[in-house]
Design a protein around this ligand. Structure first.
Ligand SMILES: [Zn+2]
Length: 474
């Protein structure tokens, strides 16, 4: 059985795989810092060399240049690699990113963030270990294992690796769309390993993400800031209008007050309810993550449903407000309130914007203020939902059972991973999110880690998934 030989190989060669991760973590490929842009390119070269050494055919696409606060920077390449070209086999596309979040030892890291350290609990600590260098190398480890054993992969494998994910994936979408009927033409399904288990003990498959619609609500009146001792009580004050409006958006227990928002939300089916029955999650994990017991909902089910499959509205800030310490009797001339709505099926972004604009305008008119108000949606991304019943997911679930001897949790996430939607819309193929790391890995935080067991079992999982997905009808 090739898959059994593969699993044995991974177990025996895990130290080699850790060394590969050590080399990758040592390259500080921080995409958000111009001083590290050459390191992002170096990281691309590292992956290209690794892939070529394993017999992959590698191409790159140049996304062009970035305007970074007036500075023109070259964008790192999109690395496209192919292993196998057998028309009788399925073709699976895997996506990952080789850039990382910034990390400075002064931020509070216990060790140098760009030196991989294994602690006594076998945690591999270093920036990018779990996000997303470990998973990207997991796929490369799978290719290496097969090459070294003289085995063919059960599928044709295509890679799409980008170096700007932590900076908004600048330049990626146009390439995905332009290559959809070229480089990605034969792709049968997509697998992305760039998110996390719900908790720390049980693997999961992720089949949904919320979208986001972000709003700026601007109120302005006087030509310039005023003094309350001179004008207080004599003019309509922009901040007073803004607070009146912001207070009408959401209740303290999280209920959105914009009429019509909940009408668009898909009902929870009995089948969906069941997926919440045995999730590996405890309310303490929420308390730990938040640092306080300020939960709105008492049950795990309600908490996770409100994170994953119901909309939420959050207030983020007020631009133009006085916020320094001390007492200043200024009346700001122009204030911008910022808030966003996390959206879910079957909400449509255009409809959400229309409802918000109408409601805020109606409420502003009720104030009888002589100030002026504008509201606009400044950016938006749609929600994404797949199905755990899709054969791509069924194959992944079987792979989890083979490697971990447990059925995976079926999870969604409250945030967004925009590339997921881009691949689905451009390629019209199923997209699977198959995480390697644990929920406590601290992806964008200090002391980011990937447990050795997650790296090793994760490599086994990615390889076993390729065997399982080669057997299903996509
Ligand atoms: Zn990531």
């Amino acid at each position: 059985m090739p898959v059994v030989k593969f699993l044995e190989y991974v177990e025996e060669h895990q130290n080699d795989f850790v060394e590969r991760l050590r080399k990758a973590v040592a390259i500080p490929s921080v995409s958000g810092d111009p001083a590290h842009r050459q390191d992002v390119f170096r990281m691309a070269d590292f992956l290209i060399d690794e892939l070529k050494a394993l017999g992959a055919s590698v191409e790159t696409r140049d996304p062009g240049q970035q305007d970074f606060h007036g500075q023109t920077l070259p964008l790192p390449p999109i690395v496209l690699a192919t292993v196998g070209n057998d028309p009788a086999k399925k073709t699976i596309l895997v996506y990952g990113h080789y850039d990382v979040q910034p990390a400075l030892i002064e931020d509070g890291w216990a060790t140098d963030p760009f030196t991989l350290v294994e602690d006594d609990q076998h945690r591999l600590i270093g920036r990018g270990s779990t996000d997303d260098k470990g998973p990207v190398l997991g796929w490369i480890n799978v290719v290496e294992a097969h090459k070294k054993m003289g085995l063919e992969l059960p599928v044709n494998l295509k890679f799409c690796l980008e170096g700007m994910e932590e900076s908004g994936s600048e330049g990626l979408d146009p390439i995905i769309y332009s290559e959809a009927d070229k480089y990605f033409r034969d792709v049968d399904a997509v697998c992305i390993s760039d998110n996390y288990w719900l908790g720390t003990t049980k693997p999961c498959l992720t089949y949904g993400l919320r979208g986001v619609s972000y709003f700026h609500l601007t109120v302005k009146g006087p030509r310039a800031d005023l003094h309350s001792g001179v004008f207080g009580g004599t003019v309509h004050e922009p901040m007073t209008d803004l607070f009146a409006l912001m207070s009408k958006l959401v209740t303290p227990d999280g209920k959105i007050l914009v009429p019509g928002i909940y009408d668009q939300v898909r009902q929870v089916t009995d089948e969906e309810q069941k997926t919440y029955d045995h999730l590996a999650f405890k309310m303490e994990e929420l308390h730990d993550a938040v640092g306080n017991k300020i939960n709105i909902h008492e049950s795990i089910r309600d908490t996770l449903q409100h994170r994953w499959r119901f909309p939420s509205l959050s207030l983020h800030g007020v631009e133009g407000a006085f916020y320094n310490p001390g007492d200043k009797t200024v009346v700001p001339a122009r204030v911008v309130g910022k808030f966003s709505i996390r959206t879910v099926p079957d909400m449509e972004p255009e409809k959400v914007t229309e409802l918000v604009k109408k409601y805020v305008t109606d409420e502003f008119n009720k104030l009888n203020s002589k100030n002026s108000m504008t509201i606009e949606c400044t950016h938006g991304g749609n929600h994404w939902l797949s199905s755990p019943q899709h054969p791509n997911y069924v194959a992944a679930a079987k792979a989890v059972e083979k490697v971990f001897s447990v059925k995976p949790d079926l999870t969604r996430e409250g945030g967004s991973i925009p590339v997921t939607l881009s691949f689905q819309e451009a390629l019209k193929k199923n997209v699977l999110l198959l995480p390697m790391g644990r929920g406590d890995d601290g992806a964008h935080s200090i002391n980011e880690k990937l447990d050795r067991s997650n790296y090793v079992s994760g490599t086994k999982l990615l390889g076993t998934y390729l065997y399982e997905v080669s057997q299903v009808q996509l």
